[in-house]
Design a protein around this ligand. Structure first.
Ligand SMILES: Cc1cc2nc3c(=O)[nH]c(=O)nc-3n(C[C@H](O)[C@H](O)[C@H](O)COP(=O)(O)O)c2cc1C
Length: 193
């Protein structure tokens, strides 16, 4: 069971990246192996569909996504939607178009948004989930909306808001639960016991 977290901002120690770490820790506590691609690694060249081989950091991210059973995406709310950096990273998933299964089919995707007000958490969460649907992924029932005007994370990643922490942990667990159900249904369909 392998879960990949992708998210953050260009700011080291960003709220968005720390929120992602809380969700990934919950996924790990549920038994998953996890990997994170944070803000530093997400500063990728602009995605160009005409380029056959991309930057090593982009190829690495695509390889992790290809191998994963579930994803957690964390974006800041920038001007009411996901940041350009996160959208650009997601555009690289086009590399999975001809995979079997294609794109994010059969994978749960937890969505996390951090914004400085409730309005942008809501609109950005809708945008993230719409993107996941178009990539044929399965957004988890709960998406985490973190209002960074009211919630902060300490240096060691601890979240001071119990409600926010709980949302992030549920998202991490739901991704693992779905991946587990999906794997067991594939095993049953193949007749292997
Ligand atoms: C370019 C830019 C646009 C932003 N737009 C919004 C916005 O529309 N609504 C909002 O609530 N916060 C907005 N913010 C604030 C971020 O969403 C907020 O700081 C968020 O928690 C990300 O912070 P982080 O870098 O610590 O992860 C914006 C910040 C930047 C830099």
């Amino acid at each position: 069971m392998f879960i990949v977290g992708i998210g953050g901002t260009t700011r080291p120690g960003s709220t968005t990246e720390r929120a992602l770490q809380v969700a990934l820790a919950a996924a790990a506590a549920s038994g998953a192996e996890t990997a994170m691609i944070g803000g530093t690694e997400l500063q990728l060249p602009m995605y160009d569909p005409a380029v056959p081989v991309h930057a090593p950091a982009a190829e690495h991210m695509v390889a992790l996504i290809r191998r994963c059973h579930g994803l957690i995406i964390a974006s800041p709310g920038y001007h009411g939607t996901m940041s350009g950096m996160i959208k650009n990273a997601m555009d690289y998933i086009e590399a999975l178009r001809q995979d079997t299964p294609p794109y994010l089919e059969g994978r749960a995707v937890g969505c996390i948004v951090c914004a400085h007000g409730w309005q942008a958490t809501g609109t950005t969460l809708v945008a993230l989930r719409t993107m996941v649907h178009s990539l044929r992924g399965w957004p988890t029932p709960l998406g985490a909306a973190i209002n960074s005007a009211q919630t902060s994370f300490s240096e060691d990643g601890a979240c001071d808001d119990a409600g926010a922490r709980q949302q992030l942990q549920i998202v991490g667990r739901q991704v693992v639960d779905f991946a587990r159900w999906r794997l067991s249904s594939l095993v049953m369909a193949s007749g292997v016991r």
